[in-house]
Write a protein that binds this ligand. Structure first.
Ligand code: MG
Length: 164
């Protein structure tokens, strides 16, 4: 059966006065991710991977940061929108794998909750979602806690056509 793979990347600056959301989960930390939406760069990377696998542009084209209706929107809403689009086009998600690179905070305690939350939003078992949280060994802007970066790959499969 036909399958297709997609790849996504996103980075957001860490700033004061914002809540930190990753994978749809609020993580207590003095800084949060800047952005027109809630800045959840893990979800943004997954959305871009999903769109890439469907051959459909990118998150910025679908949800422009000039849209006042998307100001501070929870990224889960965008994820669910793209998941519905994917299903309408006859695809299902086989699995997702991701990497979060953040010097701080320590994300390991939140990984299972993120998998459950993403799985709930996508209708996907949590064990079909990989999340590896790494530091950047103190190197570069991510290493100096100026930003968090995320990568994601998604494997899609075309659903079997309904038998008549
Ligand atoms: Mg983004």
């Amino acid at each position: 059966m036909a399958s297709s793979i997609g790849f996504g990347y996103d980075v957001h600056r860490l700033v004061k006065g914002r809540k930190l959301f990753l994978g749809g989960v609020w993580i207590p930390y003095p800084l949060g991710l800047a952005g027109h939406s809630d800045g959840d760069c893990l979800i943004h990377a997954i959305v871009d991977a999903m769109l890439g696998a469907m051959g459909e542009g990118d998150i910025g084209r679908l949800f422009p940061d000039t849209d006042p209706g998307l100001k501070d929107v929870r990224s889960g809403k965008l994820l669910k929108n793209v998941a519905a689009r994917l299903s309408r086009k006859g695809f299902l998600i086989r699995n997702i794998d991701t990497v979060i690179v953040a010097q701080e905070p320590r994300l390991a305690p939140y990984v299972e909750t993120m998998k459950e939350e993403l799985g709930r939003m996508l209708g996907l078992a949590a064990d079909k979602i990989g999340i590896k949280a790494k530091t950047n060994e103190g190197l570069g802007l991510v290493g100096r806690q100026k930003a968090i970066a995320c990568w994601a790959v998604v494997l899609l499969q075309k659903k079997a056509p309904r038998k008549r």
